[in-house]
Design a binder for this molecule. Structure first.
Ligand code: SOE
Length: 393
């Protein structure tokens, strides 16, 4: 069988997300029949030695130390932005203006103003057939897709309450070092933007309802931390010197949704024992759904219409070929992991690019999340008062 035409990718950044994305670009055509075959053409970063090592390990053909050179290359069709949030807007907008499709890591930007510029640039580029997507990867966990399907089919009836949490503990130890994720100038915000962004997007995606108002509360428990001397993934080693933490450690908020539902949200890096606990529970007039990323092959479903004597939460193992994305992988029961959602993201992006259709989530969806995050922060700073979220557009 001949491979489909190439889609040449330039990836900017090569740390945690760069590794996850590289694996996805590589695996997508191995498991799915794609209309275009991704080619890991160029990897870009500032440190030449580290970059060369990353290119060899992650299997990229060429290297560039200047992102402007990478995004303007003739042998690049799509730019994958895997850098910290403070550079998203500049790189993504320049890439779109250079006529390259863009995949940009979440959160879309560090501020609403940047996200608005990015959404406008994406809209302008779309008129020329150039497409942009933001990487809210967890939308493509099969159990999350199933949750959305069941809600869209009306299996939960009217959605009344949502409960969403993203619980981590990687800085619960006060001696965990400062990283860019704890620096407002680089990350925009802390737990709120890093992981609160995911639950905001997921609840809007799964319920199909926009968040229309919030009241927020944020806290920074540990105000100073050792400056990092070495970093790998989320962990690292700190020295004797201390530096300020300029973002939230934990954020919680109440929300109203467009369809009349109310919600509670919690994003924290201080939940000892919870490593990557993204959970949601949704209660409707006809039943409930519950999901936990630490057990990501399972979706729990309660059908209120069942005989009360035998009714109970049903544990659906989402590994059947009938479930979204699963038939391309392993036989039933063999399970998928964290990295598979990144592969599914590539599959949907490549398919949309080939068809000339808008991939989802769009930059407009990323902007909608940014508006919620900004309102939570603003509400928290203003004494936790209710704030309305401006409608999309
Ligand atoms: C760290 O909190 C992190 O890697 C986030 O940056 C990701 O978006 C999330 O998926 C897992 O946790």
């Amino acid at each position: 069988m001949t491979a489909s035409p190439p889609l040449n990718v330039a990836m900017i950044g090569y740390a945690f997300m760069g590794a996850a994305h590289s694996q996805a670009w590589r695996n997508a055509p191995r498991f799915f029949d794609l209309p275009l075959t991704p080619v890991q053409q160029v990897i870009c970063g500032r440190n030449p030695e580290a970059l060369a090592a990353a290119a060899a390990k992650l299997d990229w053909r060429h290297t560039e130390t200047d992102w402007r050179a990478a995004i303007t290359r003739d042998d690049v069709d799509l730019v994958d932005v895997c850098t910290p949030g403070d550079t998203h807007a500049e790189i993504a907008i320049a890439a779109l203006e250079a006529g390259k499709h863009v995949l940009c890591e979440k959160p879309l930007a560090n501020t609403v103003a940047e996200a608005e510029q990015m959404a406008a640039a994406a809209e302008a580029a779309r008129a020329n057939g150039v497409l942009a997507m933001v990487g809210f990867t967890y939308r493509r966990v099969p159990a999350v897709q199933l949750a959305r399907q069941l809600i869209a089919e009306g299996r939960l009836g009217t959605i009344r309450q949502v409960r969403a949490q993203y619980l981590q503990d990687w800085i619960a130890d006060a001696s965990a070092p400062l990283s860019w994720r704890l620096d407002k100038t680089k990350a925009g915000s802390g737990a709120l933007g890093d992981i609160g962004a995911h639950i905001t997007d997921l609840i809007q995606f799964v319920t199909g309802q926009a968040i229309t108002g919030v009241v927020g509360l944020t806290e920074t428990f540990v105000k100073e931390r050792p400056v990092a001397t070495e970093f790998a993934g989320l962990a690292g080693t700190g020295g004797a010197e201390l530096g300020p933490v300029t973002v939230d450690d934990a954020s919680i908020w109440l929300a109203r949704l467009a369809g009349g539902a109310i919600g509670t949200f919690e994003a924290t890096r201080f939940a000892w024992g919870r490593k990557n606990g993204l959970r949601f529970e949704i209660n409707g007039s006809a039943g409930s759904l519950a999901f936990d990323l630490e057990d990501l092959n399972v979706l729990e479903y309660f059908d209120a219409g069942e005989d009360a004597r035998t009714a109970g939460y049903r544990r659906i193992l989402v590994t059947e070929p009938e479930h979204p994305f699963v038939s391309a992988w392993w036989p039933a029961g063999h399970g998928l992991g964290y990295e598979h959602a990144f592969t599914h993201q590539v599959v949907d992006l490549v398919t949309a690019v080939s068809a000339g259709e808008q991939p989802e989530p769009s930059f407009a969806d990323g902007l909608a999340v940014q508006r919620v995050l900004a309102a939570v922060e603003q509400s928290a700073q203003g004494g936790s008062t209710w704030l309305d979220i401006p409608a999309a557009g």
